[in-house]
Design a protein around this ligand. Structure first.
Ligand code: G6P
Length: 614
């Protein structure tokens, strides 16, 4: 949700910033821009609507020489995507340029006040108010840029990660954050800043995660200085990044999404590693072991998440309720945070977020903590906000996910939730030890089962050609396959822009059945489980109304094979493990349909990977 990057140092500022923007493009690609301060103190701002490649074209004949610079890739909130609304924004006198990720809630009040002082605005954004306010304070108080930023941020309500540069100061960048991420990379005589560490991973592994309401003063040739909004100097914690450049490249695949789908045997292996011991009989998740009491005494578990993570959360409910006999509620974080929730210290709240930065999930986690609940985070991004703002938690360890449509993070989240459910069941004694061991042993083989499912790739690619131009799809499942249906429908919507609805198969007859005809394919997830006979009836109901059916079934299925138009077989596994393997054919189906339609699967329109605004 907007990406910002900054650089000061001996390297080629323009090249480093553009490369950084490409890495952050997953956060938004409505427009891109760059501000460069050259050695003579001139401030140059170039910005265009569209992707970073448009900005590169635009800058081809421009002077890009610089000592420091900041850059931005935008996901529009206030004001349509346009050259004018693109960042960086600059102060009316052209003295400052600023990039911003977040939303300023009181921008209208601040804007009105500045207009009364004669200030003229160029754009429709909330961001422009920040740069105008900072410059106004700077001139009025005749103070340094850092002091003006500090005073301005004390007046601002909302979320922000900002970076500001000043004409005549090719050696300084001032940055600040609240509720939007910002990380600083400390190199050898050079300093980077960005929304995440991906823009500078090849230059330095030494990073400082700026905390809420902190201001960083980055000055070439001087050590980094961090102040709080009330002007106290903060202690600087340098941590070492565990990220490699190969994780950020496509590795021979045409798209990150396909790479990430095919990586799943490895990512699941990484996710499981060390977490099942004694040949499958013992679950070992440190965040769980360290908080045994909290989970043993929990009277209820509430899971909060958004998007794909919410689908994983729903599976978490099925898993935990089934294995641990604890009531579980699943809430959209955006609803939960404003629902006046009832929570106390006997509740455990699980916050799931791939990025660890989703604004609603983060806010929900904070509220739950304030109300006394024990909050456990499940994230992929080490050092992100949710792991830092929760009482305890665990990582899914699937490596950086770049494709905007989540794939390997979903299966990683489901895997961790499965292990968590098994671990809690073991602690609470709600499941037979032999059963835990049986499932645990199968979990160890999940990477091989996933490898087998990926062999369906060519079949699914051919199948996708038949349905590329369908205008609507229905995805149906029951029990553990219902959240899989929701996730399958979401994947198709996100990247192919085909309307798709996920539904509990039995509920279909209360509405969606009216839509069924030969034009609308139904994807039915129907592995062998305790609801198999029930879903066979639903398959028949669709067929009886002339619908076309793509069914995901267990290897050797003969009943649905005779009814459905197409079947995709997956290996037989214990019921609770089927979602991991049944979701993979759906990822591939949506990928190929989107490719057939010529869509940009890694950067689908209007979406962003990390949603740091409400
Ligand atoms: C965005 C992404 C989705 C993701 C959701 C929640 O909408 O496009 O892929 O599932 O945010 O993100 P999180 O990082 O919290 O899992």
């Amino acid at each position: 949700m907007c990406g910002i990057v900054g650089y000061i140092g001996k390297g080629n500022v323009y090249d480093i910033l553009i490369k950084g923007l490409h890495r952050l493009e997953y956060r938004g690609y409505d427009s891109a821009g760059i501000a460069l301060v050259d050695k003579d103190g001139k401030l140059k701002v170039y910005k265009t609507k569209g992707k970073v490649s448009n900005l590169e074209d635009y800058c081809q004949d421009k002077n890009t020489e610089a000592g420091a610079g900041i850059a931005h890739t935008r996901w529009a909130t206030h004001g349509e995507p346009s050259d004018k609304n693109a960042h960086p924004h600059y102060s009316e006198d052209g003295n400052l340029a600023l990039v911003h990720n977040g939303t300023i809630e009181n921008y209208k009040i601040l804007k009105d006040a500045l207009e009364q002082h004669g200030c003229k605005f160029q754009s429709e954004t909330d961001t422009e108010v920040l740069v105008q306010l900072i410059e106004y304070i700077k001139v009025k108080n005749n103070c340094s840029l850092a002091d003006a930023v500090r005073e301005a941020m004390n007046q601002v309500v909302g979320a922000y990660a900002i970076a500001v540069v000043e004409k005549d100061k090719p050696d300084t960048i001032i940055a600040a954050r609240k509720s939007s991420p910002l990380v600083i990379g400390i190199g050898d005589d050079e300093t980077f800043l960005a929304s995440d560490a991906t823009p500078f991973v090849e230059y330095t592994k030494d990073v400082v995660y700026l905390k809420d309401e902190e201001i960083a003063i980055i000055k070439q040739g001087e050590p980094l200085k961090v102040l709080t909004l009330d002007n106290r100097e903060s202690k600087i914690d340098v941590t070492t990044l565990e990220l490699s450049i190969s994780q950020l490249e496509k590795g021979g695949y045409p798209h990150f999404m396909l790479k990430e789908i095919f990586e799943q045997p490895d990512t699941l292996r990484d996710c499981i590693r060390g977490r099942i011991i004694d040949g499958g009989g013992k679950i070992n998740i440190s965040g769980l072991n360290d908080n045994k009491e909290k989970f043993c005494e929990a009277k209820r578990i509430v899971i909060v998440a958004c998007g794909t993570s919410w689908h994983a959360a729903l599976l978490g409910k099925y898993l935990i309720q089934d294995m641990c006999r604890i009531p579980v509620e699943v809430e959209y974080a955006s609803e939960f945070r404003y629902s006046n929730p009832v929570l106390d210290d006997k509740d455990v709240v699980i916050a799931i977020s791939q990025s660890g930065e989703t604004a609603d999930t983060l806010a929900a986690a904070k509220i739950a903590r304030e109300m006394g609940a024990f909050v456990f985070g499940i994230s992929n991004s080490v050092g992100s906000s949710i792991p830092r703002e929760t009482d305890s938690g665990t990582y899914i360890h699937v490596g950086p996910e770049i494709g905007v449509a989540s794939t390997k993070a979903f299966t990683g989240q489901v895997m961790v939730l499965t292990l968590l459910a098994l671990g809690i069941a073991q602690m609470r004694n709600t499941m037979d030890e032999a059963k835990i061991k049986e499932i645990g042993r199968e979990v160890l083989h999940i990477p091989e089962y996933v490898q087998e499912v990926l062999k369906l790739n060519d079949t699914i690619e051919r199948l996708s050609l038949i349905y590329t131009y369908a205008r609507n799809f229905l995805y149906l499942g029951r029990g553990y396959s219902y959240p899989v249906a929701l996730e399958g429908a979401l994947k198709l919507k996100e990247i192919s822009y085909i309307h798709a609805e996920g539904y509990p198969a039995a509920e279909m007859k209360h509405g969606p059945i009216a839509l069924i005809d030969a034009e609308m394919p139904s994807v039915i997830i129907a592995p062998q489980d305790h609801l198999y006979e029930k879903i066979v009836s639903n398959v028949q109901q669709v067929k009886a109304r002339g619908g076309n059916i793509i069914a995901i079934v267990t290897k050797g299925d003969t009943v649905i094979r005779n009814i459905a138009d197409h079947v995709l077989e997956v290996p037989e596994l214990p019921e609770c493990l089927t979602p991991i393997i049944t979701s993979i054919p759906l990822q591939l189906l949506s990928y190929y349909i989107a490719i057939n339609k010529g869509k940009d699967v890694d950067m689908p329109r209007n979406l962003a990977k990390s949603v740091t605004v409400e």
